[in-house]
Write a protein that binds this ligand. Structure first.
Ligand code: RUB
Length: 327
């Protein structure tokens, strides 16, 4: 059974108290670790039963960010391997803890490496536009500032949850001049912008990037104005299931995020749609900055093949494959 602590963690992800793809992935990994630390199971099958319950609880918190599935599957793949080899509960517990720690460590290292690589793309005098609140994009900009580069940023407010305010605050606190704009002003400012730098929730096999709703409009405006678009994405944001043609589910969030509960009725018979993410095709992205280096978006498939070991007929580690797998 999932502990109160794990149920709270799942609720924090669902309600976006914990948010942003990287943070969601790390939170999911820490959830499985917390299961391992708290589990009282004395036999391996009951440990695995509880493990899978927590795995499913966390997996179903938010549908889009593949970092969540990749973090959970990274750990489950190792624990399941040990279980199949006949490992006793104590070994399963330790495998869970070690895999979770390894994911957390490599995730933080990836952010650091992307910041080092990405900061090289920022030049003195640049005006950078960013959207939403990507910890990896922010960390890249802060690293450039730390190197003494003199540039400024336009942050979109990012309706309906206003994550752009957090971005503006963080960049400003790091001494970077920031202007906060409404989302619909992105094209108006684009001709003055030198680069767009955003994060990613998912990179698909064909090099498309799924990120906060509005990202594709910004990329379109950037393409029109011949402004380069860089996406900062750790390799655990790459989606293995898209290699086999799976589509990325776009999360639809509650209408009350757009119009407050008490004001909806006054609108009359109006339907409110609130998709949280959109898809920017590879053609609108100049480069994806990963911890493995800078790649053209069309090379996403190579990263996926290397990271997830895709070979025809072999076991997969992506969300769909693991869910279908028999224990
Ligand atoms: C956050 C969002 C971010 C990516 C990347 O959406 O779209 O740009 O998740 O963030 P939400 P990071 O607020 O709905 O979670 O670089 O921190 O992983």
């Amino acid at each position: 059974m999932a502990s109160d602590e794990i149920i709270r963690l799942a609720e924090d992800i669902r309600s976006m108290r914990i948010r942003g793809a990287a943070e969601i992935g790390r939170a999911a990994a820490s959830g499985l670790k917390s299961y391992a630390l708290g589990s009282r199971s004395s036999d391996a099958p009951s440990y695995m039963e509880g493990f899978d319950e927590v795995y499913r609880l966390l997996m179903n918190t938010r549908p889009t960010a593949v970092s969540l599935a990749n973090a959970l599957n990274y750990i489950r793949h190792r624990v399941l391997g040990a279980y199949r080899d006949g490992a006793p509960t104590e070994v399963l517990r330790q495998t869970t803890i070690d895999a979770s720690d390894a994911f957390l460590k490599s995730s933080l290292e990836a952010v650091k490496r992307i910041s080092e690589i990405g900061s090289k793309r920022i030049r003195n005098g640049d005006l950078i536009m960013t959207h939403c609140n990507s910890s990896v994009a922010i960390s890249t900009l802060i690293e450039a500032k730390r190197q003494g580069k003199d540039f400024s940023v336009i942050a979109t407010e990012t309706r309906p949850r206003y994550q752009g305010r957090m971005t503006a605050k963080a960049l400003s606190a790091a001494g970077i001049p920031v202007t906060l704009i409404v989302d619909s002003a992105a094209r108006y400012f684009m001709p003055k912008v030198d680069k767009v730098v955003v994060g990613s929730d998912v990179v698909t096999a064909n090099g498309a990037v799924v990120n906060k709703i509005g990202t594709s409009q910004i990329a379109l405006a950037a393409k029109e104005a011949r402004v380069r678009v860089y996406v900062c994405a750790e390799t655990y944001k790459f989606s293995p299931s898209t290699m086999l043609g799976e589509l990325v589910e776009i999360e639809e969030r509650p209408p009350t995020e757009v119009v407050p509960e008490g004001e909806i009725a006054a609108l009359g018979n109006v339907k409110i749609a609130n998709p949280a993410f959109d898809i920017t095709p590879a053609e609108m992205i100049d480069a994806i900055i990963t911890e493995r280096g800078v790649i053209p978006p069309q090379a996403a498939i190579l990263i996926l093949m290397e990271e997830f070991g895709y070979r025809i007929g072999e076991e997969q580690t992506g969300r769909v494959f693991v869910e279908e797998e028999e224990r």
